[in-house]
Design a protein around this ligand. Sequence first.
Ligand SMILES: Cc1cc2nc3c(=O)[nH]c(=O)nc-3n(C[C@H](O)[C@H](O)[C@H](O)COP(=O)(O)O)c2cc1C
Length: 479
Amino acid sequence: MTVFRDLRHYIDNLTDHLGDDEVRVVDGAHWDLEIGGITELVAEKEGPALLFDNIPGYPTGYRVFTNFMGTAQRCAVALGLPADTSKMEIIRAWKDLSKRIEPIPPVVVTSGAVLENVMEGAAVDLTAFPTPRWHDGDGGRYIGTACMVITRDPDSGWVNIGTYRACVQGKDRLSLWMLGNRHARAIAKKYWDRGEACPIAVVVGSDPILSTVAAIAAPEGVSEYDVAGGLRGEAVEVLYAPGTDLPIPAHAEIVIQGEMPPVEEESVLEGPFGEWTGYFTHAGQETVVRVNRIMHRDAPIILGAPPMIPTVPAGDQSVPLYSASVTWDHLEASGVQNIRGVWAYARQLMMVISVEQTGAGDAMHALLAAAGRKRTGGMERYFVVVDEDIDITDINHVLWAIFTRVDPSESMHILRAPTTAIDPRLSPAKRAAGDMSMGIVLIDACKPFAWKDDYPRSNRFDEPYRAEIREKWKASLTL
Ligand SMILES: Cc1cc2nc3c(=O)[nH]c(=O)nc-3n(C[C@H](O)[C@H](O)[C@H](O)COP(=O)(O)O)c2cc1C
């Protein structure tokens, strides 16, 4: 597998693996909405990754990179798999790899490209970068959308990495929004309880495995650096800036370092921000990073993953791929038999499971197990189980199963489960009462097991015959 040393290595390799059209350089788009708008329109068409340069008001070479894992093929390359790996095989590979992964701790080096430029003290200036205002309702310019936020537990020394949105609030101020159960918040509280501010580093622009792993909920005490090393099969190179004990990727594009005091000591109005649900919900007084050092490479690249409505296929495919692989893993651990695949739609709002039924309870077992997975901040709303003949990576196939194999009076079950703070359907009254519950729907779209073999036969041609037709007619028809 190709181990990407840094973001640039990945960008260069995308074209090698997937062709010259895979990365499009866009000159002259404005940071104020235009970069966000172009990114959305291209993502809707599952278009190329975009490298914005010559952004008005900023030096040539100060760039923004978006749609970085916007297609399944790009995800395959990012995760070190062959570019033509099928969607389901990516999920299977990710699931199997995560299971047998041997964590590899990072290796400490003394120099790295991130040290090419260092701003300290009064010279610190977050406004030096062409941070986009991504959506028209955003309450600021978000430099951290696919960032890595690094903190260290003061008791155990455990280094945690999470992705939390980061907004530029001034030359030396950054805000972070972390949900209540996030590890960085728990770590920061330990410092705050001792009357200290929490040392913190925010990394903008790293290799795709690090960026992906940052958004994964590794268990408490497990460093995402070690997980990323294990997935890459090679240690991540990190370095320590003088006077700090936070390891930062040696070849990151931009690293913002500072300290985060408790919100009672200093806070700022954060949000709203166009969130992944496709709405603006959260805004409030949130934590601030007092920035005391910025390190960046020459011609730095901001890695941007602006949220879009979650049905945009190319928004960010790594999240659904990861959600599906974790659910699949959980189903296996729960003893669900004969799983043929798991696929996530709209990031993870609808989880679809394919099983080969061997008994009357198999479909319901799969639904209950999937719904029972502990989800931190997740918003899975619809769980669907289908037979093995359904191609779950094709929404039309899934809909066909729902439309024709479901008796709504007996195949649908509504339960209540916890949801997340950015759920747009949480009523103001429920929010005020602290009630974070929401309905979830379990849909059994399998042929009823008892008369499965007598279910009316489909008129769709079977795979062998479809393959035969494709082969015979490939010269004259694109099939
Ligand atoms: C692109 C992206 C943006 C995210 N933004 C936030 C955010 O602003 N706040 C938050 O609490 N979680 C956010 N998350 C989810 C967390 O990164 C995720 O739950 C992660 O596991 C948190 O790390 P932790 O478990 O070490 O706290 C985001 C995830 C992704 C993929």
